[in-house]
Design a protein around this ligand. Sequence first.
Ligand code: GDP
Length: 459
Amino acid sequence: MSEGYYEHSNGNGTTNGTYGEGRSNAASPNGDSLHNSRAISPSGYPVKTEPGLNGNANAGSVQAQQPARKKLASWVGFSNLPNQVHRRSVRRGFQFVAMVVGESGLGKSTLINTLFETKLYQPKNVPAPGEDREIEENGVRLKLTVVDTPGFGDFVNNDESWKPIVDNIEARFDAYLEQENRVNRLKLVDNRVHACIYFIQPTGHSLKPIDIEFMRRLHTKVNLIPVIAKADTMTDDEIVLFKQRILSDIAHHGIRIFQPPQYENEDEETIQENEEIISKVPFAVVGSDTLVNSPDGRQVRGRAYPWGVIEVDNEDHCDFVKLRQMLVRTHMEELREHTNDVLYENYRTDKLKAMGVSQDETVFKETNPAAKQAEERALHEAKLAKMEAEMKMVFQQKVQEKEAKLKQSEEELYLRHREMKDALEKQRQELEDKKRRIESGRPLTPEKGSQKKRFGLGK
Ligand code: GDP
């Protein structure tokens, strides 16, 4: 390993040393170790030793008067979770699958060997594409698989060059899906492609149709990382221009390449590091796994030319360091996560849907107690309002019926009143008549009818 490589891994603050310390001392975040502040319970869990429980009689009596209270601020231990995850990860090791795509001779094998500082690739006469290699750094094991795509773009007709690559990526997704569907999923082997380094020929023009077609077909299935191969064949200005053209082509065709995510709560150093990486995309790389002598006498990985030496690990000479930084040091886990959570998830959903597997979304309806209570209240209120409306209607109907009845009896009474009034008027006229006759001395001739009527009225 080169000096630079060690330097970077220590600079990250996540080296074995840092975590190793946490493990051996089981230190709390505030610096006191478990042995200082806690005893170990029979169950093996650390317990806080309370005064009075350790055989001190006086302390015990005080304890009896004042019930022991647990302080909320005491150290529970979940802040140690990252260390647990770290330990588990180190135990299990990591799996990472990188795919390299590009025409032959663009320096794919050289770059992979340069990246992982190990002769992953055998000489060309012993091809070992897809073979796993386990590499180790500071006790962390990484099972690295490099998937080569020999022959890509090497044919006269390259119309469907992307197809075997898509098939390969999908076959790996299928294999993972098949493992997930097994009864025992304990030993899941993740052979999905986590990053695809796409080598762009250093033409200095713009992307070729084959590049665009490839990226268009692949961007939803894999994390695309475009690199300008053999950047030492171009001048700095040419590289800047070429990068701009490539990025505008990528944007124009709606291609999504892997973008290192930015998180809000990150420290300034990380944000700056991220921004630097992003600013270098597509990385202009130079590969070399041989050591050469620099003009100032150092031994460096690079390429020696009659006019000078190009150093692979010198950020002023190429973007190799930034590519390695993103791929290995800072974003390997992001690449794995994005592959699992987004790319594979989308593939899996489409695949299952195509197989006719559907999911009743209502089954997974989340219940929010507050929302549920509000819903129930609204239902109850609606029910009350309905009952009230019904009661109002019945009441109005009853009132109408009563009014109709009253009106009818009023009319009947009025009729009767008129009849009585008419009869009285008639009787009055008869009496007037009688009176006049008596006064005029004419004899009274009693009328049977009127007599009867009188009796009738007297009733
Ligand atoms: P592959 O077929 O894409 O795997 O390419 P190789 O890694 O086998 O490289 C092909 C040739 O290009 C070899 O002679 C390498 O030494 C050379 N080469 C590799 N990387 C670079 C580079 O960054 N710059 C230059 N100028 N040549 C390179």
